[in-house]
Design a protein around this ligand. Structure first.
Ligand code: ZN
Length: 102
């Protein structure tokens, strides 16, 4: 069940968006059901991330890390190293030549 939570959440969000695009008000008498589907989907995803991830900071658990640029990778050129100020999570980003990236 837990592993299906992201699938359910994204499905609800997708369905809600699809209803809005299709203007489902004409088909359903219940207004706002598509918005409810999106909200429920987001809540399902948030609960899933909050309960399955181990980061101490709540924002980090749902993917909102506060990255700071701490250096360049020694092994691969043009690879930037970022570290989250809150939880210490490190990510490496290959910067494409020509700029425009983070
Ligand atoms: Zn973090």
């Amino acid at each position: 069940m837990k592993n299906k939570a992201p699938l359910i959440g994204y499905s609800l969000i997708f369905l809600g968006a699809a209803f809005i695009i299709a203007d489902a008000d004409a088909m359903f008498n219940m207004y706002y059901i598509h918005y409810v589907a999106i909200v429920v989907g987001v809540v399902v995803l948030l609960i899933y991330y909050l309960t399955t991830r181990s980061e101490k900071n709540l924002l980090c658990r749902i993917g909102f890390h506060k990255f700071e640029h701490i250096g360049w990778d020694d092994e691969v050129s043009f690879r930037l190293i970022y570290r989250c100020q809150r939880c210490g999570y490190v990510k490496r980003v290959i910067r494409s030549s020509g700029g425009g990236g983070m």
